[in-house]
Design a protein around this ligand. Sequence first.
Ligand code: C2E
Ligand code: CA
Ligand code: CA
Length: 467
Amino acid sequence: MLTSTHTGNSAPPAQKTDAAMPILIDEVTGLPNRVGFVQKLAAMIDGLHQQNQQNQANKTLPPETLAVFFISIEDFQDFIDVLDHALAEKLLASVAQRLVALGGEAAVTARLVGGEFAMVKQGLNGSEDESVFAESIIRSFQLHPVNLEMLFELDLPLSIGIARAPDHGGEPLHLMHNTNLALSKARKNRGRPIHFFDSSLKERALRQGMIQLELRNALDNNELRAYYQPKISLKTGKIMGMETLMRWEHPSYGMIPPNDFIPTAERTGLIAPMTEWIMQQACRDTKAWIDAGYGKDLRVAINLSTIHFRRQSVIGNITTALENSGIDPNNVEIEITEGLLLHEDEIVNATFSWLRDIGIHVAVDDFGIGYSSLSYLQRFPLNCLKIDTSFIRNLHESKVDAAITRGVIDLAHSIDIEVVAEGVELEFHRQFLIECGCDIGQGYLWSKPLSAESFTKMLAKGGVLPP
Ligand code: C2E
Ligand code: CA
Ligand code: CA
């Protein structure tokens, strides 16, 4: 055990009133606050260091470790919204008490901010022990909901990030930063809401930081690429069009997929110039393919972010792309997601009317995953629904997904909307979709997204894809 200098949660230091002294205690819970936790953690790390030096000198015991847990009440804001202020404080105090009891004597528990707590615990032997301990915390809150003055029984979902000293940091702020990275990962993974820090998280965070800093240059340095994935007519087996998918060819990181940078682009507003660029590129490439005789009805689909569509009229961007390339609007389709259609919005309505008037197709992407209200099908002039990959992927083993897919195809056809199935990977899926009367397929069964050069070769072979 450590010859620790910490005092645990049992005896918090008496708070001084001196204005120059930092406040170390959280008023709501009586636990150390963030500053208090940093101090306690620093003392415990010092103790750990001394103990390990002694152990090493005596060659007696294996090195000790300290485990740091960040424990977060998920959707804390939702709880705050339904509880009044006093009850919310009682909730936090009650969670704090429970955590202190679960931590036992060898732990220090603190409240960091909002619904986030921290705990540092000694005496756990490596990740198996740490994992069992974190699971026991989650289970305790699942089995015994927090009872608030007999009014509410709250079943609190928790996420826990874990890092360890000295392996993941020998200095409090560094260790806490790494624990926080692990917590962020745990939050994204509701099925298993416990995550250990590992160096790949750090690499990911660094890469994310790099993306934020360098995305601005990607456009200027000509590092964005338009890739094309064929869409196949299930009636003829021929390429009837393609979806444009953005890539970033980074000089040191190689090809970066859009899911890694589009969210940053949306947050920073860069999505507007980036979309403008890809629209121009896609319209120019498609016009060249049409002019080369690869099909006068070839249709190019371009993804438009909701945030971009709402924030400003995209009419100007589209007009420029059409004029510069000379492409017929009938050869162009835009893909939007359901979220855009849920609320009345003047800009959105006006843009839809304009798109319909000039003949650009509109497809609803990722159909089926987001919302249950289908009333928007009546309100907007839509041409196409793209059934989301998550339904298509399991067609061969899920009766429910098969029934939903068949139902969506029937529904869409009854109101003259065509249907694309995306993420088609198996021959079985293709057969099933043909049998259901689905119009178009897209997926690795035919081809991954390709550079313009490779896509040209595919068209040159006759635009007929196996199988
Ligand atoms: P999305 O619009 O749903 O695009 C389909 C994604 O599924 C693409 O991923 C595609 O490569 C992938 N995919 C296609 N066939 C299969 C298959 O058979 N199996 C599997 N597992 N996946 C398949 P990608 O290219 O990584 O794009 C991801 C997302 O990034 C897109 O999802 C879209 O939301 C966004 N995105 C891509 N390009 C743009 C763009 O230019 N603008 C905007 N706003 N978003 C874009
Ligand atoms: Ca899409
Ligand atoms: Ca999609």
